[in-house]
Ligand binder design. Sequence first.
Ligand SMILES: [Zn+2]
Length: 322
Amino acid sequence: MTVPTALPPYAEGLHRLGAVTSTYLQPDGGFGLSNAGVVARGDDTLLVDTFFDLAHTRRLLDAIGRPVRRCVNTHDNGDHCWGNQLLAQEGAELIGHRHCAEDMTKISPAVLGALLRMPPDTVLGRYFAGAGDRFDFDGIEVTPPTTVFDDELTLDVEGVAVHLVHVGPAHTRSDVIAHVPADGVVFCGDILFRLCTPLGWEGDTDTWIAALELIATLDAGTLVPGHGPVCTPAAALEMRDYFEYVRAEARSAYERGVTLADAAASIDPGPYAAWAESERVVSIVARNYREFGAGDGVDPVTMLTWMAQRWEADSHPRDGAD
Ligand SMILES: [Zn+2]
C-alpha cells in the first residue's frame, strides 16, 4: 500500500497527494462545499467532479491551470456536477454512471436556488441562509455525462489507470468511486463524509456500508471524501460504525413504537455528535425506518424541513420547559 507521508492541511485550494493526483478542498465541507480530484500526467488531465456553481468551478479550473480532457462525476448531486458546462464548452468528455446521466436533470438549479432563498420567517430560510448567500445558480445549464457505464470503467491517463467503480445505491443511485492505484488514492465522492454527518438520498444502509468496507480494503492509503478533510482508510470504517450506531438506535426506537417523526427529532448521534451538520441524522433514521418496513420514507422537502427543525432546536435550545 502507498502510505501517505503526510495528509494535506484542510485549507481551501489545490493540494498534491502523489505523483499524479491532487485534490481541491473546500472547507468547511458543509452544504454544497465539496472536494474535487485531479489526475494529471503528461498533457492529459482528468478531473473528478465539478462544483456547485460556475464561480466555484472557475476557481477550481484556474487552480488546475491546464486543459481538462475528461471529467468524471461521482454522482448527480449539484455540488458535484453543476459546473460541468464549463468543461463541455472546452470540448471535455463528461463521464458518469448511467443513473448519473439520467438523474442529473431531475432537480433544476432555479428550484434549488429558490429553496435556499426562502424567507427568514421560515425554518428552511433560516437553515439555508448561509448557503443561499454563498452560491449563485444563475446561468447554470445542467450538463450530464455523455459517456456512461453500469458497473466499472477503467480510464488511462497517459499510462496511469483510474478505476471507476459503481458502489451505489448508497448516497444516491449513481455513486461512483475513482481509485488511482499508482498513488494509493481513492476519490470517494459522497460515499465518504469526513468529520461531517452523511446525508443520504436514494439508497440503502447495507449497500453504503459495503461500499465503505470496499474502500477500506483497496490498496489505498489516502482517501478524499466528498466533504471534509483528506483522511486514511480508518475514516471509512468510522463512518460504517456511525451507520451501525444510528441503525441500532433507530431499531430500538422503532421497536418501542416511536414514530419516524419523533425518532428523527430525537435520536442522539452519541459519540458522533461532534461531527458537523449533526441534524442530517434525520436522513439516516428515515432510511432506517424504511428498511425496517415502516413505510416508504419521506420526500426530500419534508426531510430537509425536519433537518432544519432539528438544527434550530440544537442550535438554539430553549431555556427550560414552557
Ligand atoms: Zn456532496
